[in-house]
Design a protein. Sequence first.
Length: 140
Amino acid sequence: MRQNVQIITVAAKDLAVSRAFYSDGLGWTPTLDLEEIVFYQVGPGLLFALFPLLDFAADVGAAITNESGFSLGYVVATPADVDVDLERARAAGAKILKDAQDSSFGGYHGYFADPDGHRWEIAWHPGFSVAEDGTVAITA
C-alpha cells in the first residue's frame, strides 16, 4: 500500500449544518456539492468530504462515533495566522478546545471542534513551510 491519502471523509450529524460551517463559516469552496455529500479540494491530491452520519454508517457497515483519538491539522505560515483562523472558526460556530498558545514542539497552535465534534489543530512551526498550493514540507 502506498503511503498516501486522497480522501478524508467525516460523518456529519446534520449535513446542512456542517456544509454551512465549512462553506459559509470557514469560507471553503465545494468542489462537488450534492444533496447527499459535499467534497472540498483541500490540497494537491486531497479531498475532504462531509457525509451524513447514518449514510456513512450504512456505507461502512458499522456504527460510527466521533470519539476517536485523532485530529485534522491545518498548518499556517505565521503565528498570527493561528490566531486569525482560530477566531474565524469560533465566529463560524466552532467550539474552541484549546486557545492559541506556544506548543511543546516549539511552535504555536490551538484546537477547535466543528459542529460534529471533529477536532482540528491550527498550527505554526518554524520548521514547516507552506507552499502557495497548500503543500506542507518539513524544512528543519
